[in-house]
Design a protein. Structure first.
Length: 96
């Protein structure tokens, strides 16, 4: 049975202290890590980036759908406000 001597590795040279830009990036990353949904946001952005070839079709379609939904919600809000005003007016007319 042969005895193997342990091999000792040299210690790597000490790292230089981080530059101001590296330190700022570390601080920003640390702050972003504290955001609860950071991973989900990153995953969503990566998925969106994968679909980069479809952007000329997807982005206008999403904008159009968003605008339609916004207008629909605004119309419903106006109708509800008018309905509430009508109810208030009817209550005011009924009370002596």
């Amino acid at each position: 049975m042969k005895w193997k001597l342990p091999r000792f590795r040299r210690k790597p040279p000490p790292k230089a202290p981080p530059t101001l830009q590296e330190r700022a990036q570390q601080v920003i990353n640390h702050a972003l890590d504290r955001i609860a949904y950071r991973r989900e946001i990153q995953r969503y952005w990566q998925d969106l980036y994968v679909l980069r070839g479809w952007w000329p079709i997807l982005l206008p379609a999403l904008l159009w759908l968003g605008w339609r939904k916004y207008r629909h919600e605004r119309r419903l809000a106006r109708e509800f406000a008018a309905f509430r005003a009508q109810q208030q007016q009817q209550l005011a007319e009924r009370s002596p």
